[in-house]
Design a protein around this ligand. Structure first.
Ligand code: 4NP
Length: 152
């Protein structure tokens, strides 16, 4: 199973989602591969945002081995599930899909906790630390649900 987490810049939300899901997979002896990417290229090659690194560190998760990369068409082949953090990313990824099989891989991550709610993980880039804590908590719940499903 290969899971890709996608946001806009791949420096705030999707690196957290990647780190949290990897951590939970390890704790549960689940063998899944997790990566993340951004729909935009602004931050390619950069470390995650310091505020994401800090909030993850607080919960025992290290994000400093991650570097931002842009989403690429090949990701549709390589990954089984592509989780978008918000509806804008979701729509932008769907625009790149070239088959119904590609399309069926793309999901909104918060639908894992609230099916069909189509809600978005808010972009915390212009927020303070509390925005990052809020994003962490949402993604922690979503990743908990993903792990529960995969264990079945
Ligand atoms: P992310 O957050 O999509 O969660 O990584 C953002 C990072 C950078 C920008 C916007 C959102 N930006 O405009 O540079």
């Amino acid at each position: 199973m290969k899971v890709l987490m996608v946001c806009l810049g791949n420096i705030c939300r999707s690196p957290l989602a990647e780190g949290i899901l990897k951590h939970k997979a390890h704790e549960n002896n689940l063998r899944i591969e997790v990566d993340s990417a951004g729909t935009a290229a602004y931050h390619v090659g950069n470390l995650p945002d310091e505020r994401s690194i800090e909030v993850a560190r607080k919960y025992g998760i290290d994000l400093t081995n991650q570097r931002a990369r842009q989403f690429r068409l090949q990701d549709f082949e390589e990954f089984d599930v592509i989780y978008a953090m918000d509806s804008e990313n979701y729509n932008n990824i769907l625009k790149l899909a070239s088959s119904t099989s590609d399309e069926s891989k793309v999901k909104l991550i918060l639908n894992e906790i609230e099916p069909n709610s189509n809600s978005s993980v808010p972009d915390p880039y212009y927020d303070g630390d509390e925005g990052f804590e809020n994003v962490y908590q949402m993604l922690n719940l979503a990743c908990k649900e993903i792990v529960l499903r995969l264990k079945k």
